[in-house]
Write a protein that binds this ligand. Structure first.
Ligand code: AP5
Length: 195
């Protein structure tokens, strides 16, 4: 089974692009699974009554975030094993998380070694487009990312973090532009990079 990790800052369009990936792979009868890391963390966080929504997770004490991060990685690998040798697992997550205590790597050594990805994707867009997209998702609370300078800085840190993680497991790092109005272009690029 091959694992592709799709990272990108909140609102860049990871989930949207991965739903296009899903459409294309279904049409081509490829065995695949798309797993949202935040969903796995949120399940445990809700069970532990640490948060009431996903945007509160990045404000939890770092030790709690790390604990949730580890549980999620183990569950994701456990569930993707069912795909068999030819299957592809895509993990929707973050190379870096902006927390009140600083930038937390989304894929530190013990996590990236568990996931062992073939490719780490950095989904990017123009920062102003990201702000516009965030404003469409009214039920989300991303005010800590709603500033062009913060977005640009986070994108820089995400690149450094993605390369650092990739070095540990020999993965490649691919920057993919999520072009305004057509997420399927990015989806096709992600699929072709997994071969
Ligand atoms: P997560 O669930 O990943 O939250 P997020 O980053 O906010 O991601 P979303 O899925 O909400 O946004 P998106 O980038 O997928 O954009 P979307 O497709 O919705 O993570 C939640 C939390 O989990 C994190 O904050 C963190 O605390 C924790 N976490 C996760 N991974 C972790 C890890 N490894 N370690 C530690 N903690 C971790 O699109 C947004 C909008 O844009 C939509 O309206 C969409 O229609 C629009 N749009 C998308 N693409 C386009 C396009 N090409 N043109 C025009 N509009 C577009």
């Amino acid at each position: 089974m091959k694992i592709g990790i799709v990272t990108g800052i909140p609102g860049v369009g990871k989930t949207t692009v991965l739903s296009k990936v899903s459409e294309i792979l279904k049409e081509n009868k490829v065995r695949f699974k798309i797993m949202n890391y935040g969903d796995y963390m949120l399940n445990s966080a809700l069970q532990g009554q640490y948060v009431s929504n996903r945007d509160e997770m990045r404000k939890l004490p770092l030790s709690t975030q790390r604990e949730l991060q580890l549980i999620a990685a183990k569950k994701i690998v456990e569930e993707s094993i069912t795909l068999g040798e030819e299957g592809i697992a895509f993990v929707d997550t973050h190379a870096i998380i902006k927390t009140p205590s600083g930038y937390l790597p989304g894929l530190p050594r013990h996590i990236v070694e568990i996931l062992s990805p073939r490719v780490i994707f950095l989904l990017e867009s123009d920062p102003q487009n990201i702000i516009n997209r965030q404003s469409k998702d009214r039920e989300r609370i991303r005010s800590d990312y709603n500033d062009i300078n913060v977005i640009s800085e986070t994108m820089d840190f995400a690149r450094y973090a993605a390369v650092a993680s990739a070095v540990l497991v020999g993965a490649s790092v691919k920057v993919v532009n999520n072009r305004e109005g057509d997420p399927s272009i990015a989806a096709k690029e992600i699929i072709s990079s997994m071969s």
